[in-house]
Design a protein around this ligand. Structure first.
Ligand code: KIV
Ligand code: ZN
Length: 510
């Protein structure tokens, strides 16, 4: 497309830096597939030098993704660049994204370097990255608070050294739209070789301005926006992909460029990311919130019935609402099941397919219409996403009766040994969790418990997310079932499995 606005999604990297949003490799693969289906141009799959797990996740994403470019983040250090290069090796289309801070406060307090040293590190990193790919992105971190003369100097040198995308981060979300737009325009005008690179922006949302700043930058010449699904990301998050995409598409009168995003994939992808990370989408969130297209007032409803455009500037179906199709039912066979999973980007090994098909049949007996969302939940729930699953829920019975104290009886398999416990609680979920705690005897803090219905109706599956914290480590567990007490127990056990598998990792910006 001429005058294309490149969409660079960093849900798997900056998004994963949100406390509590860490994902397993399989979860990352599912999100990467959904992003590819949505036709995202570049997927930043992670920070390979952070840990062995991050390295392997980037490698796995780079191998499975064919249509989007897969990018790995690296500090401007030889070891980081080599790790990113190794993780991306042998894949279709790859990019190395290297960065170093350029603001006075970051150079002095964090890096303890002067501007000449920073310049030197940046150039060496870009030259090293050329060993692995021609597609190199450079970010002067905290550009939004950097000196403009130094920015022009380092960007010119970065382009000379081989960077073909220059990303301008407002790392701490400090800029205002006019100011940020002017910064982008000034850089493009003042850097003598700016025509040899695409200018990109990466805005954080600390003052709620990430989307506004990114869009103003596009009006001023940026041709790549870095964003995340649901605006996930470090602290207050990044610019939301769905808002950027729909703003540009809806206000064609203001933009001389457009994205290649298949917008009908927006809502399903938003739900997938929210389910996996346990970060619920607020009902009034633009585009993907449950109320984004709901009209409550009688006057509005009447207007929309007469002429949709009286109160709607976008069509709900264009962003993937109401696409809930009944895809499968209890008479669907194994092939139909396998092929629908394939369409959703999920290809299972033979033994996993057997287990999941069995679970699908059990679900179809309880719930006659099975939607894509049910299938996604089934995959999450089958716990294919946890390697070395040590704990399994084998049995659960709860008693809840008006006027009586709720009771739960639980049997878990712990490293292959069956253990049983009973407990009372303030409700059936509380009693179940107490019984599980009694068996597992791990001191963890439950920081989130949330239940959502996956589709509508009382026969819908409930999807439960729990977040556990222990010694600074945070994990999310998910479980789904048409019985929400069982879903709650599955989510709790899933979180324990993840907690024992989680490993410590470095943070890119430290
Ligand atoms: O916010 C930031 O500056 C970043 C960089 C690594 C681009 O995430
Ligand atoms: Zn960032």
């Amino acid at each position: 497309m001429e005058n294309r606005l490149i969409i660079f999604d960093t849900t798997l990297r900056d998004g994963e830096q949100s406390p509590g949003a860490s994902m397993t490799q399989d979860e990352k693969l599912r999100i990467a597939k959904a992003l590819e289906r949505m036709r995202v141009d570049v997927i930043e799959a992670g920070f390979p030098a952070a840990s062995q797990g991050d390295f392997e996740a980037v490698r796995a994403v780079a191998h499975i993704i064919k249509e989007s470019t897969v990018c790995g983040l690296a500090r401007a250090l030889k070891e980081d660049i080599d790790r990113a290069g190794e993780a991306l090796a042998g894949s279709n289309s790859t990019r190395i994204h290297t960065f170093i801070a350029t603001s006075p406060i970051h150079m002095k307090a964090k890096l303890r370097m002067d501007s000449n040293q920073v310049l030197d590190y940046a150039i060496r990193a870009i030259q090293r990255a050329k060993k692995y790919t021609d597609n190199i992105e450079f970010s002067p971190e905290d550009a939004g608070r950097s000196d403009i003369d130094f920015l022009c100097q380092i960007i010119e040198s970065a382009i000379k050294a081989g960077a073909n995308t220059i990303n301008i981060p407002d790392t701490v979300g400090y800029n205002f739209p006019d100011q940020f737009g002017k910064l982008i325009r000034t850089l493009i005008e003042r850097v003598p070789n700016s025509d040899k690179a695409i200018f990109s922006v990466h805005c954080h949302n600390d003052l709620g301005l990430a989307v506004a700043n990114s869009l103003t930058a596009v009006i001023n010449g940026a041709r790549q926006v870095e964003c995340t699904i649901n605006g996930l990301g470090e602290r207050a998050g990044n610019a939301a992909l769905e808002e950027i995409t729909m703003a540009v598409r809806t206000r064609r009168d203001l933009f001389s460029c457009d994205t290649c995003i298949d917008t009908t994939q927006i809502v399903p992808t938003s739900r997938l990311v929210s389910g996996i990370t346990g970060f619920p989408v607020q009902p009034n969130k633009a585009i993907v919130g449950a109320n984004a297209f709901a009209h409550e007032s009688g006057i509005h409803q009447d207007g929309v019935l007469k002429e949709r455009e009286t109160y709607e500037i976008m069509r709900a179906e264009d962003v993937g609402w109401h696409t809930n199709r009944m895809v499968l039912g209890k008479h669907s066979g194994r092939n139909a099941f396998k092929s629908r999973l394939h369409d959703l980007g999920i290809d299972l090994k033979a033994e996993d397919l057997n287990t999941t098909f069995q679970k699908f049949k059990e679900l179809a007996d309880k719930k006659h219409e099975i939607y894509d969302e049910d299938l996604q939940a089934l995959i999450t729930d089958t716990h294919l996403t946890v390697e070395n699953e040590r704990f399994k829920l084998l049995y659960l019975r709860t008693i809840s009766e008006i006027g009586e104290i709720p009771k739960a009886s639980v049997i878990l398999s712990v490293d292959g040994v069956e253990l049983q416990a009973e407990s009372i609680g303030s409700g059936p979920v509380d009693a179940t969790y107490k019984a599980i705690d009694f068996i597992l005897k791990h001191e963890v803090k439950l920081t989130l418990y949330s239940v959502n219905n996956i589709t509508s109706g009382t026969d819908s599956q409930g999807e439960v997310t729990v977040r556990l914290e222990k010694d600074g480590r945070i994990v999310n567990g998910q479980g789904s079932d048409t019985d929400i007490v069982i879903a709650s127990a599955k989510a709790y056990v899933n979180a324990f499995n993840k907690m024992l598998n989680s490993i410590s990792r470095n943070h890119p910006q430290v």
